[in-house]
Design a protein around this ligand. Sequence first.
Ligand code: GLN
Length: 536
Amino acid sequence: MPGTKWVFVTGGVLSGLGKGLVSASVGRFLQARGYDVVPIKCDGYLNVDPGTMNPIEHGEVFVLDDGGEVDMDFGHYERFLGVQGKFCWNLTSGKIFQSVIENERSGEYLGKTVQMIPHVTDEIKDRLNRVAEEENADVVVVEIGGTVGDMENMIFLEASRQMRLDKPEEDTLLLHVTLIPWLKAVGEQKTKPTQHSVKELESLGLEADMIIGRAERNLEEKTKEKISLFCNVPKDHVVSNPDVDNVYKIPLKLMEDGMDKTVTEELDLEDKGKDMEEWRNLVENMENPDGEVDIAICGKYTRLEDSYVSIKQALKHCSAHLRCGVNYRFIETTEIERGEKSAEKILDGVDGVIIPGGFGGRGAEGKIEVAKYCRENDLPILGLCYGLQLMVVEFARNVCDLKEANSTEVDSGTPHPVIDLIPEQKDVEAKGGTMRLGGQETVIDKGTVAEDIYGKNEVKERFRHRYEINPKYHSDLEENGLKLSGRAKKENHIVQIIEIDDHPFYFGTQFHPEFTSTFEDPNPVFVEFVKSCTDA
Ligand code: GLN
């Protein structure tokens, strides 16, 4: 589409430098200058989407409103930009090759040898251009996953090179995010790894327009000079991206170093002024909290911080809006079920508990013990998806007296299958993209906590599950005091919210409210949960 500007973001030296956060930040300050920004992520792996990956392997699987299971960087994009991402904005090698091979089989390239260039690169470029066109985007930020030099992302880098050639010079920009280590022994920031990674980029025909230097501290003047000299960019195109204790400071930090000005100038965009005041105020609220709460996140993917990134961020959003420090700690529930630690001991000093989503039996009994402790001891508890399901199992066992009640996901032979497969899921065998996924409407009963929280009787939230509360047990649960306060609008048998009266906060959602919380517009379920923890 003529007029769309393209910002490509690549990574050098090593992974984990926060390219996603830089991409989201650039998008955010361009938005603040009045431009519509669309983020795209290219991932080199051969999975069609990350839905079949273990979160410990790859971090959280983020779920979009349209049901797409995508890379967790989309979480950053949505939280920073407040846009609703689409599945087609996440390109993976798996998706690209799948189409190319399907096209070949259907005879689309008849007579031709199908090759990486041009067929695979054309598929990538077509998809990128199509998104820009469909969204009528002013700016598309394309983050290329992985590190330059990896075999995995080569084809996306090649497609980016061609895109840069296809478009007028002032319509594209390449930001290279790289590591500038601090060498203690000589007391110096070292630029050599960056020089090498820029050379690697050049060998692929790509020239960096700006270097974003990840470092412990701001880049020193002489570091910037050296990078400018060796990496062939003007000195003001070298930007500091220092360690921060709060990711929402990143756009402000980059702006402090003039990055917003340089990016707009380079892309020949009119300077329409900028407004990041509200953002800045929220960051300041987090810096100056009035009180603090300690939250325990009780799950089984606790080995990798990134497994529960959206939950952590949703808590941070509450911190900014409630001006309250929110500390969280991870509790590995496998340790509770092995009897190594008791729920009581482990929850000592905690103001509230979240039982997050999950799959499979490991750690489930530990989560059930945690749920019991919270219910009996008036400790605020928020159960998300699998969390809700295990709260129901606990309630069935200990309040409804259905001993050995369980989810059939954990025990297929349980005498009381209070959680069971959704009927529509019973014949599903393939694993990729086949759960009940994406945004679905919930109808909320009048006079419930859920209604108070949302202030309305219909909400759309995002789902990712195969199991539900077994409708055969609804009346038993309700008669014993569990309120089934929200149901699916379309499939009325699916209970989507549970709560009990007479408890400071006992609330479970079959959906994932963490996926719709943004920095500027926090999800009300988390806000009310954190508020209840402050009173605990
Ligand atoms: N394993 C459960 C299900 O499939 C919960 C899934 C989840 O927590 N996302 O229903």
